[in-house]
Design a protein around this ligand. Structure first.
Ligand code: ADP
Length: 409
């Protein structure tokens, strides 16, 4: 329900600023009549006064409330009334004497100016009111939007919290499952080894004790059993290395790659003694790494580099480092049999062996182990290669800056 004072206020506003031509004319007529009556009542006291003067307030009030057009109409009416009612005609028959005409002209000029100024002020006030209304509308919308934004932000925060909790729960479960799987594969691999060793042992005993009673084919079968058992043993060994990598704690430290390479070469004399010898660009740049895992990866790359060469060809291996921003790449480059582009993405998968590698011993786990050893410590392991031209395997790890290089081991 509308309040009474609001209704009253609206009525007053409408009455004071009439819109229709009829009501405006009524206002003009009413105010001019009141001014004329006032002039008539005061006539005897207004001897030296300018006759038009008393109409001026009425004209200004009309201009303010009924608009410029009504103001000018009131001015015209006031001029006519002044000429006919309050300025006596001249003795020689003229309607108005020149002095009175001049005064009227001046006053109509002032009145017109005031009507125009009032009109401009009203326009300005109206524009300001419009602007204020638009501004307050905009600020209202802004406030609404801000409230909506705040609501969505708190919803989003709640969702993010839920999501984080969910991710943490799932990650924990996943880690648990992976750990279980790893310990399972470790146990199975470990347990597989003892019956395998027994089989190998009995195969040897059979050859030693009953070899003379077996014919050539029997001996060949036994030798094959022995080779298969050895291969299975190697595979189990590699699976154990692969799964133990997942459990080994990673403690990166500044590492001197020259020292790491020398230790690997001491462990693998076959690599150290290749002819021509390994070409090493010393000093190799130091890196930030977990030394044990890095040695394992590097030894696997070096073993492959000296192994995968065409029959009758000597291995040619080059070890070098280069700086890539805040990281260092350790390259093991060979001129061996190379890898076809189609196989490049496959060779890092566990147990994958290249199509042209059946003539070389191996289990297909070397690169999988190397990649896992490097990626677990935040590094990268990659390769560029061309079939028949050789390969460039690289390990990328954080570089050691000058402040850390004094602690390099
Ligand atoms: P393995 O050496 O036991 O075969 P790896 O995991 O070490 O297993 O290597 C996977 C495959 O990648 C190899 O079978 C071979 O085809 C290819 N490969 C790895 N290193 C080289 C290399 N230096 N040159 C050519 N081929 C390579």
């Amino acid at each position: 329900m509308q309040r009474l004072d609001t209704v009253h206020g609206a009525f007053l506003t409408n009455a004071l600023s009439p819109r229709s031509v009829v009501s405006k004319t009524a206002w003009v007529a009413l105010l001019l009549a009141i001014s004329t009556a006032a002039r008539w009542l005061l006539d005897r006291y207004l001897t030296g006064e300018i006759p038009f003067f008393l109409y001026l307030p009425a004209i200004l009030v009309i201009a303010a409330y009924c608009g410029q057009a009504a103001g000018f109409s009131a001015l015209a009416g006031a001029l006519l009334l002044t000429v006919y009612l309050w300025i006596p005609p001249t003795p020689d028959g003229w309607l108005i004497n020149p002095a009175a005409l001049l005064s009227l002209l001046v006053w109509s000029g002032i009145s017109s100016l005031l009507i125009v100024v009032i009109g401009l002020l009203q326009k300005y006030a109206f524009a300001q009111r419009e602007l204020l209304a638009r501004l307050s509308e905009k600020s209202r919308r802004l406030e609404e939007n801000a409230a909506r934004l705040q609501a969505s932000e708190s919803q989003l925060a709640a969702h993010a919290d839920d999501l984080e909790r969910l991710v943490a729960e799932r990650t924990a479960k996943l880690q648990e499952t992976v750990a279980e799987l790893e310990s399972f594969s470790y146990t199975v691999s470990h347990d597989l080894r003892s019956p395998l060793r027994t089989m190998q042992g009995f195969a040897h005993l059979l050859i030693e004790d009953y070899g003379d009673r077996l014919d050539a084919q029997g001996c060949d079968y036994l030798a094959r059993i022995d080779r298969a058992a050895q291969r299975l043993d190697m595979m189990i060994h590699d699976v154990l290395s692969y799964s133990s990598l997942g459990r080994a704690p990673i403690v990166p430290e500044p590492v001197d790659l020259d020292v790491v390479l020398d230790e690997v070469l001491d462990q693998y004399p076959l690599i150290r003694d290749t002819q021509p010898p390994l070409q090493v660009d010393r000093p190799l740049l130091p890196v930030f790494a977990a030394k044990g895992s890095l040695m394992q990866a590097l030894s696997n790359l070096l073993q492959n580099a000296v192994k995968f060469v065409a029959p009758g060809t000597a291995p040619s291996v080059h070890v070098w480092t280069d700086r890539r921003g805040d990281r260092v790449r350790l390259h093991v480059t060979d001129r061996g049999i190379g890898i076809s582009a189609a196989e490049l993405a496959q060779i890092f998968k566990p147990f994958h062996r290249g199509r042209n590698s059946s003539a070389y011993a191996g289990t297909g786990m070397g690169l999988a182990i190397a990649r896992r050893a490097i990626e677990r410590q935040g590094g990268l392991l990659g390769v560029t290669s061309e079939l028949g031209q050789g390969s460039d395997f690289w390990i990328e790890l954080p570089a050691v800056d000058h402040s850390q290089s004094s602690h390099v081991s």
